[in-house]
Design a protein around this ligand. Structure first.
Ligand code: ACO
Length: 463
């Protein structure tokens, strides 16, 4: 009979194994090259090593063949054991656990532990993790002064990005990224302080006093308290909102090698401190094609204005006259994004509590029209996670430009796990892609300038 130990799934080794050979013949030299096909993990991802191609040359002094892959459409930049996505089947798993099960039963901090350590925490590990993160929620008082330097209408993502980067100046010891203890405290600090920074950004824009963390509350409750508490001595969050935010944080916690995670890994590969690397992730997430899409979805919906305008809007998208259908399409998912399914159900629960969002009808109509239109069907464009999240956030009274900040708070868990995995991966070096140079050949410098130091023109007020 199998023992309990034997029935536990074995942690994958993380090694790539040779599974076959790819024979490539260079028509320029007629030389043939056998390349090893490597397979990793249990899901059967296969690849050839791009560096193997360098031996393909027509003369010894040549640099050798490179791969050309703008936007990394078909390049595995790392091995990772954290998140698995099957874009065709609409599957997302963290460390092997289906996202649906984690969203149903786990807490965000439990998932943050899982992402980082690869296994679910024991009770003891979890209590210490929660205790450590709760203990580090406060930020240095100077952060308040720093935030007050921003204009009243500063975008909260711009403020968040700068304050996360500024944290690195408060913890110079975090530069010692090879010391596991320093890495650990930096990870705890970042997870603990992100909600505080995010809430402070919110309060700054509103012109409200900053609310300090309440360490009696859970991670999500404390965040809502710092965002919304006014004169009451103790903030009591709406339990439906707490549950919804906990689930949304879990859904957003990681998504393998997306734009912002790639930014964190690339910047982190320079061996900079984690605060600076995570700030790079926040910057990447800000973009409208990435985390900024949830904000754009609501702007698009309010421009559409009424469900009857949806067909005309879709026609504009298809003809290229209008913008893209924001919240639709994904580089990896070529079927329904599994997170979007959970978010759609969650929206129903939240709307039961706070009443139907006036724009839900437009969103539902957009989805219906797009999913029945050959343009979207043939391109496999389905709603992504951002399509319905904005409506939920708005019903909780978060301002539109704050949506991506919520995403950033949650994604910090994934960024940090990916950053640490990268540091522990012996194969990783500083990220430094190659290019195919297509500019001029050498030419002689002949200046076109008459004066090298022209006087700047004075503006009208200084005449
Ligand atoms: N609306 C209309 N057409 C679209 C859309 C869209 N949302 N997305 C892709 N297409 C079309 C493109 O025009 C292109 O058509 P073509 O083949 O006729 O030229 C085709 O579908 C393929 O599009 P690509 O841009 O090559 O796909 P890519 O994988 O590079 O882009 C992306 C993925 C950026 C997410 C894209 O689908 C998009 O811009 N979506 C809208 C923004 C969005 O919702 N982003 C959030 C993504 S999820 C996240 O980051 C959390």
């Amino acid at each position: 009979m199998a023992t309990a130990q034997e029935t536990l799934p074995q942690a994958p080794s993380g090694e790539l194994r040779a599974t076959g050979t790819l024979d490539v013949k260079d028509s320029r030299t007629s030389k043939a090259y056998p390349f090893q096909i490597l397979e990793g993990g249990v899901e059967g991802d296969t690849a050839v090593r791009a560096m193997d191609l360098r031996q393909i040359k027509t003369a010894p002094e040549e640099f050798g063949l490179m791969t050309y892959d703008p936007a990394f459409m078909n390049t595995a930049s790392c091995k990772s054991a954290i998140t698995f996505i099957d874009g065709d089947k609409g599957i997302l798993r963290y460390r092997g656990y289906p996202i649906e099960q984690l969203a149903e039963g786990a807490t965000f901090l439990e998932v943050a532990w899982l992402l980082r350590h690869g296994e679910l925490p024991t009770q003891q590990e979890y209590e210490k993790w929660v205790q450590d993160i709760t203990y580090h929620t406060y930020v240095h008082e100077n952060i308040k002064t720093f935030l007050q330097g921003f204009r009243y209408d500063a975008h909260p993502m711009a403020m968040l990005c700068s304050t996360v980067a500024a944290l690195s100046s408060f913890y110079p010891e975090a530069n010692d990224i090879h010391d596991p203890e320093q890495r650990n405290i930096s990870i705890v600090r970042l997870l603990a302080k992100l909600p505080t920074l995010a809430a402070f950004c919110y309060r700054h824009v509103k012109g409200l006093p900053f609310i300090y963390p309440d360490n009696d509350l859970s991670y999500v409750e404390n965040f809502l308290s710092m965002v919304a508490r006014m004169s009451e001595p103790k903030y009591e969050a709406n339990p439906v909102f707490v549950k919804a935010l906990e689930i949304l944080f879990i859904l957003h916690a990681d998504h393998e090698q997306n734009c912002s995670t790639n930014a964190v890994r690339a910047v982190g590969s320079s061996q900079v401190d984690p605060f600076s690397a995570i700030a790079a992730g926040v910057a990447a997430l800000y973009g409208p094609l990435h985390g900024g899409a949830n904000e754009q979805v609501l702007r698009m919906i309010s421009e559409i204005g009424h469900p009857k305008n949806v067909p005309a809007f879709i026609n504009d998208v298809k003809s290229g006259k209008g913008s893209r259908l924001m919240g639709f399409g994904h580089r990896v998912y070529k079927s329904y994004d599994p997170r979007a399914k959970i978010v759609k159900r969650l929206a129903d629960e939240v709307f039961k509590q706070v009443g139907m969002d006036k724009d839900l009808e437009i969103a539902l109509k957009l989805e219906e029209v797009a999913l029945n239109d050959d343009y979207f069907v043939s391109r496999k464009l389905y709603p992504n996670v951002d399509f319905y999240t904005g409506l939920i956030y708005r019903s909780m009274a978060f301002p539109t430009d704050f949506f991506t900040v919520l995403f950033a708070v949650a994604r910090t868990a994934g960024w940090l796990s990916q950053w640490e995995e990268m540091l522990n991966d012996k194969e990783q070096k500083i990220a430094r892609p190659r290019q195919i140079y297509v500019g001029y050949g050498e030419r002689e410098y002949q200046s076109k300038l008459k004066s090298k130091f022209p006087q700047p023109k004075k503006d009208a007020l200084r005449k």
